[in-house]
Design a protein around this ligand. Structure first.
Ligand code: SF4
Length: 376
C-alpha cells in the first residue's frame, strides 16, 4: 500500500482579510450540510482508493478550521478512520487562528487526535495586524502558542508574512525574534503576494498603499534565512524552516511528488498521476455532492514532459532532486540535457551536486524560480 495525504478544506472565516484570496465564506448557515458532504466525499474516494493507500497525514486548512466545534472536526476524523486505513502515528494538522481558540478548545482538539498546529500569526506587530485586518493582536498570538505548548502540543508551526507596507528590516527582524522565542518547531515565512481581486491589490493599484520592490523583498528573504538558520532551524523548502525532525510531513508528501486527496471546496487532488480540483463555490460544491456524490470541476493527466517538469520543480524547491529517482522514474536524459546549466549554477554557488542529489544552496533558494525557467 502507498502513502496518501488527505487535505480537508474548511471554508468558513469570521470575516474576509484584505489580502486573502483563499476560498472562504463568512456565512455559517451551511455548516451541517457541508459536514455531511465531506463525509460523503470521504466514502466516495474510499471505495476507489482504500485498497491501494494508507493515510499518512491529514491536514485541515481553510478558511479557519479552528472556528469549528471540536465535534465537527472529530466527525471528519472518525469518517476517515472508518473508511480508510489511517496510520496510528499520522501527522494531523489543524490551521489555527489566534482569537478563535482558548486553552480549553485547544485541549479538546488535542484530545481528538490533532497533533500539529499551524498558527496563522502573520506578524507580531499590532499595526501590521490591523493593516491586514486580522482579528487578533500580538498578545492573542503569543497566548495561543503558549497555551498550545502548555497543554502538550509539541509540533507548532507559525505562518508569517514579510514585506508588509512600511516594514523596515529592523521591524521584520523583531518579528522573527518574537517567533523564535516561542516554543515553535516550524516557521513558514512568505512574502506578501498581491492577489488579483483582493482589496489590498486595489489599494496598491490605486496608489493608496506602497510595498517594497523586488530587491527589498529579496533582502528581507535573506534576513529570514540567516536569522532562522542561525537559530537552529533548517531550511527544507523555499519558504519553510523547521527544527530537525519537525519538517511538515504533509507538505513533504506534495513536494516529493506523492499522492494526495483534497476534500471540500476548492481542494486539489493528485492521485496515480491524475490531477483534479473541486468546485470553488460552496453552493456548486454542495450541489455537485448531492447530485453526483463527488465535486470535481475539472481534471488532467500530466503528459511525460509535464511529469518531469513537475517532479524537478517540486524536488528542487524542497529537499533536493534525487538523481536515481529522476533517471529511473522520470527522464534518464534530463541530467545530460541540462549539464551545462547545472555546472553553471554550481559554479555560481546556487546548487550543491553530489552523486545522489542536486540541492539548492541558501543562495540558490532565493533564485529558484529563475533557475527553473532555464532548464529544459
Ligand atoms: S482568516 Fe485566513 S483564510 Fe480567512 S480570510 Fe483571513 S487570511 Fe483568508
Amino acid at each position: 500500500m502507498k502513502p496518501l495525504s488527505v487535505y480537508i478544506h474548511i471554508p468558513y472565516c469570521e470575516h474576509k482579510c484584505v489580502y486573502c484570496d483563499f476560498y472562504s465564506v463568512i456565512n455559517f448557515k451551511n455548516q451541517s450540510e457541508y459536514l455531511r458532504a465531506i463525509k460523503k466525499e470521504i466514502r466516495f474516494y474510499a471505495e476507489r482508493f482504500r485498497n491501494q493507500f494508507f493515510v499518512k497525514t491529514i491536514f485541515f486548512g481553510g478558511g479557519t478550521p479552528s472556528l469549528m466545534k471540536t465535534g465537527y472536526i472529530s466527525e471528519i476524523l472518525n469518517e476517515l478512520s472508518n473508511n480508510f486505513n489511517v496510520n496510528e502515528d499520522s501527522e494531523i494538522t489543524l490551521e489555527t487562528n489566534p482569537g478563535t481558540v482558548n486553552r480549553s478548545k485547544l485541549n479538546d482538539f488535542r484530545s481528538i487526535g490533532i497533533n500539529r498546529l499551524s498558527v496563522g500569526v502573520q506578524s507580531f506587530d499590532d499595526n501590521d495586524l490591523k493593516f491586514l485586518t486580522r482579528i487578533h493582536t500580538k498578545k492573542d498570538a503569543v497566548q495561543t502558542v503558549l497555551d498550545a505548548a502548555g497543554i502538550g502540543f509539541e509540533n507548532i508551526s507559525l505562518d508569517m508574512i514579510f514585506n508588509l507596507p512600511g516594514q523596515t528590516k529592523e521591524k521584520w527582524l523583531k518579528n522573527l525574534r518574537a517567533a523564535v522565542e516561542l516554543p515553535v518547531k516550524h516557521i513558514s515565512a512568505y512574502s506578501l503576494i498581491l492577489e488579483r481581486g483582493t482589496i489590498l491589490n486595489k489599494w496598491v493599484l490605486d496608489g493608496k498603499v506602497k510595498i517594497g520592490d523586488k530587491d527589498y523583498d529579496a533582502d528581507l528573504y535573506e534576513i529570514t534565512q540567516r536569522y532562522l538558520i542561525s537559530n537552529g532551524f533548517l531550511q527544507y523548502e523555499v519558504s519553510n524552516f523547521a527544527k530537525p525532525g519537525f519538517e511538515c510531513v504533509h507538505n513533504n508528501q506534495y513536494w516529493n511528488y506523492g499522492d494526495y486527496l483534497g476534500l471540500g471546496t476548492a481542494a486539489h487532488s493528485f492521485v496515480n498521476n491524475k490531477r483534479w480540483w473541486n468546485y470553488k463555490s460552496l453552493t456548486f460544491y454542495l450541489k455537485s455532492m448531492s447530485e453526483k456524490g463527488e465535486a470535481s470541476a475539472g481534471s488532467e493527466i500530466l503528459n511525460n514532459k509535464e511529469r518531469v517538469e513537475e517532479f524537478v520543480m517540486l524536488a528542487l524547491r524542497s529537499s533536493g532532486l534525487n538523481i536515481e529517482a529522476l533517471k529511473n522514474d522520470f527522464d534518464a536524459q534530463w541530467i545530460n540535457k541540462n549539464q551545462d546549466k547545472l555546472s553553471k549554477f554550481q559554479n555560481l554557488g546556487l546548487l550543491d551536486i553530489d552523486d545522489k542529489f542536486i540541492r539548492l544552496t541558501e543562495k540558490g533558494y532565493a533564485l529558484c524560480d529563475e533557475m527553473l525557467a532555464e532548464f529544459e
